[in-house]
Design a protein around this ligand. Structure first.
Ligand code: ZN
Length: 486
């Protein structure tokens, strides 16, 4: 028994490996839709009827052979056919009798459903044949349901090739279901509970794999779900994962563009209000939307004016952009060894300088004296010949503080043209789309699926390009770790 389980598992894993190989062999330009479609095809290939046990292969062969001759006899005698007489004639043992009858009946069912429909006449004939073969009513009803479910599944998969079920297709499904006393909804619930969920997930994934979900697509999707009679909570459960992925995709695109379009914001809002019931996640997404919008303003050079902070005496006409707690660390290699200076205080960033006030020490750096800056996981590293060289981190609003300071430095030195400079490192939507799919919406380093950013493998400043081969997906944490190494 344990061995059989093991064998099953190994067969399963072979299939999984095979699928993975197929997927990785596809080139990066293959759209995700293709993969999802393949999933559907595999799904139908699996079939829904039980795979006949091959344990007693000899008996199987015998029953098949008997069913073959009985079938011929049935065709020859038609209305004159009698199962008892045929059993005797061909020497079928009592033990094989019901299995042979079933096999013959299954053959009739398969022929009937070949065109994916069943006429009233066919229903009559089947019922008569079942009587002739002496199959119990329960068994007949079970076989009828299985055959109808098979036809139902084939129509369903064909219908969903375009991701939606139109009225004609819905009518066909309902007719098939009715042949064994089901509705589309009860058919789905009885035979396709798990597969239905996979199917809905697959349809949603296909709609959203381009990182967008058009209004019409969402409408069509809901219509399909409704046609299938899948309840809303089941639908929500089915698409929870791809919906989160879509949200992360939209956010990563927005981060890359350093702005969030009205459309993107609409998609996010509607997804959040419709789909996500996880309040922590909703809060995270709302914060990310606000942050991206805020950053977009800053990147455009629209720095916020905060009035005069009490920590610093500003000069006439000086504008303060930021004030908040800061931690300053400077490590120096002296002849006496390494010396680390640490300072916790308050920072004020203005249009001309950075001011740090701590209890026992205060200093300021003019933006113009700064020779270079670089973001690392420790904070913003500032190079300067004078005072203030070191690493700054901001316990509150660190991203905001970094961005404000960076933009303020650029403006004071006029090294950054306020808009447009980023174009040289702009990754096109097409490239991002392919990269997203190549990494399956996950960080290439740690596999995280949130806080994702499109990253230049070789930085643009070092000659890296914006093409597929130089772009990867990293989560924010791994992205910062990477900048430590460069
Ligand atoms: Zn990561």
């Amino acid at each position: 028994m344990a061995q059989t389980e093991g064998q099953k598992r190994s067969v399963k894993s072979v299939i999984v490996v095979d699928l993975r190989l197929k997927q990785s062999n596809q080139n990066n330009h293959t759209s995700f839709n293709m993969q999802a479609a393949k999933g559907l095809i595999n799904w139908i290939k699996m079939g829904i009827s039980e795979v006949t046990s091959a344990i007693d292969a000899e008996r199987e062969a015998r029953i098949n052979a008997h069913a073959g001759v009985i079938n011929l006899e049935f065709g020859r005698l038609k209305k004159g056919f009698a199962f008892d007489a045929a059993v005797e004639k061909f020497g079928i043992s009592g033990g094989d009798r019901s299995a042979v009858a079933e096999r013959v009946y299954r053959g009739f069912l398969a022929r009937t459903w070949k065109d994916l429909s069943q006429t009233d006449r066919e229903t009559e004939l089947l019922s008569w044949a079942a009587g002739c073969l002496g199959i119990s009513t329960d068994k007949v009803s079970q076989l009828n349901q299985e055959a109808a479910a098979n036809a139902f599944q084939q129509v369903l998969v064909a219908a969903l090739a375009d991701n939606q079920i139109n009225d004609a297709e819905a009518g066909q499904l309902s007719q098939i279901a009715a042949r064994c006393g089901f509705t589309v909804q009860t058919m789905m619930a009885t035979f396709f509970e798990h597969k239905g969920e996979a199917l809905i997930r697959s349809a949603f994934t296909q709609y959203s794999s381009d990182g967008k979900l058009e209004r019409d697509e969402w409408k069509q999707f809901l219509q399909t779900v409704e046609q299938l009679g899948v309840p809303r909570d089941k639908m929500l459960h089915a698409i929870r994962q791809p919906a989160r992925q879509l949200i992360e995709h939209v956010l990563a695109d927005a981060r890359s563009d350093k702005e969030i379009s009205e459309r993107e914001e609409k998609v996010l809002s509607s997804l959040l209000s419709n789909l996500i019931d996880d309040t922590t996640f909703v809060a995270y997404v709302r914060e990310q939307i606000a942050e991206t919008k805020w950053m977009a303003e800053i990147e455009k050079g629209r720095l916020p004016s905060i009035g005069s902070p009490p920590e610093a005496a500003l000069r006439a006409g000086e504008i303060a952009y930021y004030s908040g707690p800061v931690r300053y660390v400077r490590t120096r290699e002296l002849s006496s060894g390494k010396k680390t200076e640490e300072l916790d205080g308050l920072a004020v960033i203005t249009d001309t300088r950075f001011i740090l006030s701590a209890t026992d020490k205060s200093f300021q750096i003019s933006h113009r004296k700064i020779l270079g800056h670089r973001l690392s996981s420790a904070g913003l590293e500032i190079r300067s010949d004078g005072k203030g060289a070191g690493t700054y981190s901001f316990p509150v609003d660190h991203d905001k503080a970094f961005t404000i300071w960076r933009v303020a430095i650029g403006r004071a030195n006029q090294t950054i043209v306020e808009t447009g400079t980023n174009n040289t490192r702009h990754i096109s939507r097409d490239v991002r789309q392919r990269v997203w799919q190549r990494y399956g919406g996950r960080c290439v380093e740690c596999g995280a699926a949130d806080y994702l950013e499109f990253d230049h493998i070789i930085p643009v400043a070092k000659g890296g390009s914006n093409s597929d081969s130089n772009v990867q997906l990293l989560c924010r944490k791994c992205n910062l770790k990477k900048s430590d190494r460069i």
